[in-house]
Design a binder for this molecule. Sequence first.
Ligand code: Z5A
Length: 215
Amino acid sequence: MTGKFITIEGSEGVGKSSNIAFINDYLAKAGKNILLTREPGGTELGERLREILLDAKNKSISDDTELLLMFAARAQHLDEVIKPALAKGTWVICDRFTDATYAYQGGGRGLPNERIAQLESWVQGDLQPDYTFLLDMPVDAGLERAGKRSEPDRFEQEKMGFFNRVRETYLARAKQYNKRFRVIDAAPALDVVQKQIASELESILEGINISGSQF
Ligand code: Z5A
């Protein structure tokens, strides 16, 4: 008995938080047991690592350290939260996962994909999300949305070029893993974005019912 593992990705200001609540409600109405979680974070230790990683005062964190801390938080998250929930048949909705590492530490920081892949294989084994929603929109418009919020964190202080590489990496991965990814145009008004998400969720649920799975 296993639940489905759904991840939500995108660069700054694309509206992940706004849309995760919508996905949660949609699936709850469809009768699924749901666990909402996030990365980095999702456990007591992971949330402490998140504070370190996002704190704009921590200017001296090296790129390798950043990568290792992301996977340290992920290892704990998988063992303590994600795997047990999936094993019970719960659907896990996670705000960012390893695609974010490829996008931010790989695309953004320029760390080699091979190094990320080694850690991915060590920490996750074969475990991959069943579905990944990539909320995509032009970087400048996303930054404008994000800029209307509070003080920028350590990542939000990066420059345009960084976020363009993040977006390009996400789009390249969506193309490479096109069975798992659902790319959503996040630029229009929220109700239009949510119509696209609802349509994808409907087809996911239909596909699961047709294949005869009880989940
Ligand atoms: N990170 C990493 O580097 N490597 C990794 O492996 C992982 C993460 C897992 C924290 O992530 C940081 O960790 C992240 C990458 C790094 N970098 N940053 N920054 P996070 O997901 O917690 O942080 P975030 O990207 O800033 O996400 P967020 O705070 O949840 O924001 P959002 O989801 O992009 O957007 P939002 O809060 O839902 O919406 C932004 C604003 O736009 C808000 O005022 C909304 O009301 C508005 N909005 C949303 N949708 C619309 C539409 N459609 N129209 C108009 N306005 C809208």
